[in-house]
Design a binder for this molecule. Structure first.
Ligand SMILES: Nc1nc2c(ncn2[C@@H]2O[C@H](COP(=O)(O)OP(=O)(O)O)[C@@H](O)[C@H]2O)c(=O)[nH]1
Ligand SMILES: [Mg+2]
Length: 327
């Protein structure tokens, strides 16, 4: 199919076209990449904007259950919902644990929902680009809300935070009174912390955990993009569908404030700049993994290891070679 026609069908809301378009942006073949770039140019003109929600949480906290309940609630409100995942480990673990359709039983059957698991590729740069382009495709296809899911591993949280308007951190109730070793960096990215499983026997523990995190959030440096009371911690039960409507109201209030105060657009502009920088880095790193640089680096690494060259000198030699080839 011609790219212009594919773009037209994506914008017309054709789901199969959207799925095909995402398959195209996931491909690593160089001719496909060219087509994907052309496609992204075409769909960039749709002018549509979705709300992008990032969702992070370790395996077992209830991400899939949350997406199912929360997504169904939004569908009932008449919204179109897309679910994407960033999981750089999926190719190694032999299958994605994210965007797991079996736990999104109802949502996956909705015509106004679109669920796409993480592509099976381990390289974070590739996964990041593909997800960013998939987000843009879903926006062009008319989805109102895009949920981008990730597990708390490595850099994947940063990747998701840098493509989200609102970043949610999902936690489970803590057993004791300790915070669950959530890295400070992740806390600092969160706009709303949702302590899930606030039901049955776990309810009291969830409320304690929420209070602990609310306290921890107050200790963080105030960010300009937050109105009074944010970032905040709340309890929800994805299983019993409790607290979800309140959480959604909070997200909307936050977004409305950021829009009114210029932070929404500013954040998107900063994100575009961030990804520009990342694309350059990924591009350069990709070049280093190809010949002739790969061999050159191998030879120099052996010299460095043998003490025949210093890391600084050896690296300078590689950079010189890159510059010469470019010029
Ligand atoms: N009690 C309770 N259990 C939940 C809740 N949400 C998820 N679970 C359970 O936690 C387990 C992991 O949920 P899942 O959604 O697969 O977590 P994920 O790995 O983060 O996607 C499952 O057994 C769920 O039934 C909740 O709100 N309350
Ligand atoms: Mg899951």
């Amino acid at each position: 199919m011609e790219i212009t026609e594919l773009a037209r069908q994506v914008i017309a809301g054709n789901r199969r076209a959207l799925a095909r378009a995402i398959t195209l942006v996931e491909s690593v073949r160089s001719d496909h990449r060219e087509q994907a770039t052309a496609l992204m140019e075409e769909i960039g003109r749709s002018g549509r904007q979705a709300l992008r929600l990032g969702l992070s949480g370790t395996p077992g906290v209830g991400k899939s259950t949350f997406i199912e309940s929360f997504g169904m609630m939004l569908i009932r409100e008449g919204l179109k919902v897309a679910v994407l995942a960033v999981d750089p480990s999926s190719s190694r673990s032999g299958g994605s644990i994210l965007g797991d359709k079996t736990r999104m039983e109802y949502l996956s059957r909705e015509k106004n929902a679109f669920i796409r698991p993480s592509p099976s590729r381990s390289e974070l740069g590739g996964v990041a680009r593909r997800t960013r382009e998939a987000v843009a495709l879903c926006e062009a296809a008319g989805y109102d809300l895009i949920l981008i899911e990730t597990v708390g591993v490595g850099q994947s949280e940063t990747v998701v935070a840098e493509m989200s308007d609102v970043f949610l951190l999902l936690l489970a109730p803590a057993g004791g009174d300790e915070l669950q070793g959530v890295k400070r960096g992740i806390m600092e990215m969160a706009d709303i912390i949702l302590v899930n499983k606030a039901d049955g026997d776990l309810k009291a523990a969830a409320q304690r955990t929420r209070a602990d995190y609310a306290g921890a959030l107050r200790l963080l440096r105030k960010r300009p993009q937050d109105p009074e009371g944010f970032p905040k911690a709340m309890t929800v039960s994805a299983l019993e569908e409790k607290g979800l409507a309140t959480a959604w109201q909070e997200m909307q209030a936050l977004v409305a404030w950021r829009r009114e105060n210029g932070f929404f657009d500013r954040r998107r502009a900063e994100q575009a700049e961030y990804w520009f920088g990342q694309e350059i880095r990924y591009g350069l790193l990709g070049q280093l993994e190809r010949e002739p640089y790969k061999s050159l680096i191998g030879t120099l690494a052996a010299k460095v290891a043998a003490g025949e060259s210093t890391p600084g000198n050896a690296a300078a030699e590689v950079l010189r070679a890159l510059r010469q080839d470019a010029g």
